[in-house]
Ligand binder design. Structure first.
Ligand code: ZN
Length: 328
């Protein structure tokens, strides 16, 4: 997903990328306590060797997909489930398209607005990863089994405290080569249509000891007062940043599944940890994850989802006519 600069100057840039939220006018979260049991089980299983690093068009990817589908159905959290199939482009190492293959987005909904009139909150996390390279499994625990598992904790919390809006959960595919699953969600008229929408994207939310970034407040300053309190009482710190043009390659605006929404005029909030040594490395394994941090991180995104549901009317926007550009 992101290019990692580990040089000293990069560290100087990094520390300049984030700022502490000004807590003068923040809204404190009132979401339920997250139930971590199912999320932890899914996190460990999705990143296990059995899933062989979940690379598109491999048996491991198919196993991960049917495992996620079975968890979605048996959880009882969702009112509706479907698989959105789309045509993914295949590229060679030079970036030249060499063909196409089917991609699979897993989409489930909690029906908070039976009339389907109000804005919709779309929560995304990609489940594909890098597979096996040189005989080593790239388990993709932080990237992004951590986000995929957290969607279940968010759904469970909306069972405890039902939402005012429709909440769409999308485990998207083919993120690692061009955010293609997320582009397919945005382009599908049956999913968003003319409704106003907002995207909450989770990608790499577990591999840190102390802090997680909220990305998007530079583009959508109205998010600051709504989400700056999301980590309140969770034991972890929330930092705002990695979204200004002057951040250079530390600007994550275009580097994960929130970008297709942003590009179509739909606002987003992305949660993710800072670059780390296990990024796109075969050691990105469940055993390396600081679970106490992960519990705080999951509660933070649960809080964020409820704060967004409470304030969606002010935040959500319809797809702009920029949409057409992406359908090429
Ligand atoms: Zn990722």
């Amino acid at each position: 997903m992101r290019q990692v600069l580990l040089a000293v100057s990069a560290l100087a840039i990094l520390s300049a990328c984030g700022s502490e939220p000004d807590d003068s006018d923040i809204i404190l979260p009132s979401a339920p306590q997250a139930d971590m049991s199912r999320a932890l089980e899914i996190f460990e299983t999705l990143s296990s060797d059995a899933m062989e690093g979940r690379r598109m068009q491999t048996p491991g990817h198919e196993k991960a997909r049917s495992y996620l589908q079975s968890q979605i159905l048996k959880s009882g959290y969702f009112d509706r489930f479907e698989i959105q199939t789309f045509e993914a482009k295949k590229y060679n190492r030079k970036g030249k398209q060499t063909g196409t293959y089917p991609g699979f987005n897993l989409i489930a909904e909690i029906d908070g607005d039976p009339k389907n009139e109000k804005p919709i909150l779309i929560i995304t996390a990609h489940y594909d990863h890098l597979g096996v390279r040189d005989g080593k499994i790239f388990n993709g625990a932080d990237d992004n089994a951590s986000g995929c598992a957290a969607l279940f904790a968010i759904a469970e919390s909306f069972r405890q405290a039902p939402p005012e809006h429709d909440i769409l959960f999308a485990w998207v595919d083919v993120e690692e080569t061009g955010l293609q699953g997320a582009f397919a969600v945005v382009a599908d008229d049956k999913i968003i249509g003319e409704r106003k929408a907002f995207n909450l994207n989770l990608d790499m939310i577990s591999q840190d000891e102390t802090e997680i970034f909220l990305v998007g407040t530079y583009h959508y300053p109205e998010l600051k007062s709504v989400l700056s309190g999301a980590a309140h009482g969770t034991g972890i710190k929330l930092k705002l940043g990695h979204d200004r043009p002057e951040d250079g390659d530390q600007d994550w605006t275009e580097l994960s599944d929130h970008f297709p929404f942003h590009d179509a005029g739909i606002p987003f909030a992305y949660f993710g940890v800072e670059d780390h040594q296990y990024y796109h490395h075969h050691k990105d394994e469940f055993e390396t994850i600081p679970l106490e941090f992960y519990k705080g991180s999951v509660q933070t995104v649960v809080n964020a989802a409820h704060l967004l549901d409470d304030n969606l009317g002010e935040l959500a926007r319809a797809r702009s006519d920029k949409k057409s550009k992406n359908n090429k």
